[in-house]
Unconditional design. Structure first.
Length: 476
């Protein structure tokens, strides 16, 4: 799934079985509207600032999501070049992901988040600067995409390990859900803004909006007042590769994490097969304008908002495992709407646009239903000292499939055409659904208990004492 990149059950109450993964009390007969409240974590000023940072950054990133590929198209990129660009954006996950997880577990997360925001702002500013100087080339786009992707890997792993400083396990689901809703609400306005900016000032100059959003995000993070505990220095620091191995072993040994990570990685592989070609496909093959494409993205973001809002009642009704399996199926059906739009392009244009919009809604809503569940699940079962490494391991195994899919998609697009490549990718994502649907993970009802692996026999690391004033939990 695109970098349009948990578990949303209600906050646990006294008497709930959280240690054994037992079921929640009998669900209501119907899935009703979610309960809207400005209590809970909305009363935590630091969490509100974190949400503001996330939402503003998400809003600006929607501009880059549209503007960078359209800049490449304007520079004459074909299917192969578009595949290279998508691969450059996602390749850092493979190159840096595991090391980033170890690094995040050794340092304070908030200063790291601020630094990566400011660095990405400076890096992206190079694209409009080069355009104004008449020096913009595809090679520069590749370089910026690669470096910005590396910073994004560090930022996302740090984000996933930072929320525990603010909220406890009992508020883990609430925090993930609220962050998801915040990001998706920002994404509704983002694509429309992006399409309008691209048509008004050109694709390269529109990226300045994302530059400003990263600066604003860093400012909000800088105003968070809560103290973040400094990671304790072990008596003898393990080698980086030993730390990496500990995270890998934890994921490999956990049956549910192993299954969901493998299935989501397969989804990412086939999804990336054509999403790197998507802007080229809809603009050249289907004749969709940049403004219309931005509107389609915006409609899809409404689906993301609905997915983030309804993830809690749906999961309570169906159970954790069935909800995630169903989300993969809905996402696959949504992606099949994309090649169907190509078939319908010979008829009324509105039919093709409607299919694209429906596909976006289904994909975005299912993305967030699965992601919020999967993120919360792995945060709940992972000890605090391994959060960075486990999140990085899962990210490498899932998002790490994107550059492979992007390279294959670019080559396949050149060989058999854009429409056939889109169809292959859409059919391939069904395999991820089958993986989960046929596995024991499907029967999981609620969050399993935290699992603490035994330390290596030769390890002399000592863990810092837990601050009794601070609960532990996580974020998307």
């Amino acid at each position: 799934m695109r970098s349009r990149m948990g578990h949303p059950l209600r906050p646990p109450k006294a008497g709930d079985d959280l240690g054994t993964g037992g079921p929640y009390p009998r669900p209501p007969r119907r899935v009703g509207l979610p309960h809207f409240s400005f209590g809970g974590l909305w009363r935590n000023p630091d969490f509100v600032r974190l949400c503001a940072s996330y939402g503003i950054s998400r809003l600006g990133s929607q501009v880059t999501l549209l503007a960078v590929p359209l800049t490449a198209v304007a520079l004459g990129a074909g299917p192969r070049e578009m595949g290279w660009l998508a691969a450059a954006q996602s390749l850092p996950v493979l190159l840096l992901g595991l090391v980033a997880g170890t690094w995040v577990d050794r340092v304070q997360r908030r200063p790291l988040l601020i630094a990566t925001d400011l660095a990405r702002a400076a890096l992206l500013a190079g694209i409009p600067a080069a355009a104004l100087l008449g020096q913009l080339r595809l090679e520069l786009l590749y370089a910026v995409a690669l470096l910005a992707g590396a910073l994004a890997v560090v930022s996302e792993v740090a984000h996933a390990a930072y929320l525990p400083v603010m909220v406890g396990r009992e508020q883990l689901v609430e925090g993930n859900s609220k962050l998801a809703v915040t990001g998706q609400v920002a994404s509704v306005a983002g694509p429309t803004l992006a399409g309008a900016l691209v048509q008004l000032v050109s694709a390269p100059l529109a990226i300045l909006a994302d530059v400003a959003s990263f600066v604003a995000s860093a400012v909000f993070l800088g105003t968070i007042r809560g103290r973040e505990p400094t990671p304790g220095a072990p008596a003898q620091r393990q080698a980086v590769w030993r730390d990496i191995g500990e995270g890998l072993r934890f994921v490999a040994a956990h049956p549910v994490l192993r299954t969901l990570t493998g299935a989501f990685g397969l989804y990412f592989l086939f999804d990336a097969l054509f999403w790197g070609l998507y802007p080229l496909y809809v603009t050249r093959e289907l004749g969709v304008s940049p403004a219309a494409l931005g509107l389609i993205y915006a409609v899809g973001s409404v689906g993301g908002v609905l997915g983030a809002l309804f993830v809690e009642p749906v999961t309570r009704r169906l159970g954790l495992g069935r909800t995630m399996a169903g989300a993969l199926l809905v996402g696959a059906l949504g992606e099949l709407c994309i090649p169907a739009a190509g078939v319908a392009v010979g008829g009324p244009v509105v039919v093709a646009l409607l299919l694209l919009a429906v596909g976006e809604v289904l994909v975005r809503s299912s993305d967030w239903v699965f992601a919020v569940n999967f993120v919360s699940l792995r945060q709940a079962v992972t000890p605090g000292r391994l959060q960075g490494r486990v999140n990085a391991t899962v990210r490498v195994c899932t998002s790490g499939a994107v550059p492979v899919g992007a390279f294959v998609g670019g080559a396949l697009g050149e060989a058999v055409g854009l429409r056939a490549t889109v169809l292959v990718g859409a059919l391939g994502v069904l395999l991820a659904f089958l993986w989960v649907a046929l596995s024991p993970a499907r029967s999981l009802r609620s969050l399993p208990a935290e699992s603490e692996p035994s330390p290596p026999a030769d390890s002399s690391r000592t863990m810092p004492p837990r601050d009794p004033r601070r609960p532990a939990a996580e974020r998307i």
